[in-house]
Design a protein around this ligand. Structure first.
Ligand SMILES: *[C@@H]1O[C@H](CO)[C@@H](O)[C@H](O)[C@H]1NC(C)=O
Ligand SMILES: *[C@@H]1O[C@H](CO)[C@@H](O)[C@H](O)[C@H]1NC(C)=O
Ligand SMILES: *[C@@H]1O[C@H](CO)[C@@H](O)[C@H](O)[C@H]1NC(C)=O
Ligand SMILES: *[C@@H]1O[C@H](CO)[C@@H](O)[C@H](O)[C@H]1NC(C)=O
Length: 320
């Protein structure tokens, strides 16, 4: 009950709440069933740094944080190497999780271990009607293919540092992910190079077509090719709020160090419509921290990003 009340108070005045509770108690459950969490908190998974230093062993690129914040979410970093109990407690406190791109192992790393735990908790929760969305970008997309199929099913492609238009499939029409996109942005995405690719590994269409686990789990929304190998570039799960892009929606608005990152008005809109979609998914989750103090302690606001644009692919990163 307190959980529902907390969420409800997000957009209902106290007086209104009082009226509903004490004067119309019978309407309450009905009203709440159509509820929405307007204070979503989303976890962004950290990963090992390539060359660790004392107190600098893991990082999150700040663009993922800005991506979610721009659409009305707050962010908590999900640290690697935590205990299962700590992850379970965090899972029950946040409203979704994003697996960022990067360069660590998807079969044995702190990133992989945490991603697997949250993936399994999300599947279990969603089965019970406890909505919890998961998003994978680039490495996160690749991680999802491994978690769903239990095997490495990626092919080498020549796609490190290139912007591409999306080759949408027929299924994009009934998709959840692109439902809110304006028609002119969809047309731009299909014809202009608005999606930035920075990966050497891809889920080949041929592999997807012959892998029952992946085929039954994910609906392919777009494909791309490097000229030799056609690969899946966007998917959403049929029965779960699990989403992946092999490309980087967050970079268009927030990363400037590489010449192939598009910044046109349509490119920047792509960043915001994608963020809007995922944050709206998180608003359907009612997990919450046990107290405001606990929430405050967990938020990314407790950390300061550092400027790394001069020597890295990211303008700013959080180091932990
Ligand atoms: C690492 O962080 C701890 C706690 O924040 C601090 O006490 C310690 O001095 C730091 N060590 C280094 C080498 O910066
Ligand atoms: C995580 O654990 C591994 C293995 O114990 C260790 O090498 C690494 O430094 C740890 N990283 C962080 C960020 O705690
Ligand atoms: C890789 O793709 C780039 C264009 O993005 C092209 O210039 C280059 O020749 C390709 N390399 C190979 C080995 O195909
Ligand atoms: C887009 O996908 C269709 C169907 O798979 C394929 O026939 C077409 O060649 C693709 N177009 C591009 C530009 O890759």
């Amino acid at each position: 009950m307190t959980r529902l009340l907390y969420a409800m108070s997000c957009f209902t005045s106290r007086k209104m709440l009082f009226l509903m509770l004490f004067i119309f108690p019978s309407v309450l459950p009905l009203y709440l069933s159509a509820d929405r969490n307007d204070r979503p908190v989303i976890g962004v998974l950290a990963q090992e740094v390539y060359a660790p230093k004392p107190n600098q062993t893991a990082y999150i690129a700040a663009s993922y944080v800005k991506f979610l914040e721009a659409a009305g979410a707050r962010v908590v970093p999900v640290m690697i190497n935590q205990t299962l109990e700590e992850y379970k407690s965090l899972f029950n406190s946040i409203n979704g999780i994003l697996y960022p791109g990067g360069g660590v192992s998807i079969i044995s790393s702190g990133y992989e271990r945490a991603a697997k735990i949250f993936y399994e908790l999300a599947i279990e929760a969603n089965k019970k009607g406890d909505y919890f969305p998961v998003w994978g970008t680039c490495l996160g997309f690749e991680q999802l293919t491994y978690l769903t199929s239990g095997k490495l099913s990626l092919s080498h492609t020549n796609t490190s540092g290139v912007a591409l238009p999306l080759n949408f499939t027929e299924d994009v029409k009934g998709s959840r992910m692109f439902k809110g996109f304006p028609a002119e942005l969809m047309a731009a995405l299909a014809s202009e190079p608005l999606t930035e690719n920075s990966h050497q590994w891809s889920l080949a269409t041929l592999t997807y077509n012959t892998n029952e686990e992946l085929k039954n789990f994910y609906k392919v929304l777009s494909k791309n090719t490097d000229g030799n190998t056609e690969f899946v570039s966007t998917f959403e799960a049929y029965d779960y709020p699990i989403y992946g892009t092999q490309w980087h929606p967050e970079k268009n608005a927030f990363e400037w160090t590489r010449p192939y990152i598009p910044h046109s008005p349509s490119a920047v809109k792509t960043t915001f419509y994608m963020a809007e979609f995922f944050v709206s998914e998180a608003r359907r989750s009612f997990h919450r921290f046990k107290s405001v103090e606990e929430e405050n302690k967990a938020l990314i606001y407790n950390y300061n990003p550092v400027y790394t644009g001069a020597k890295s692919a990211f303008e700013q990163i959080y180091l932990f």
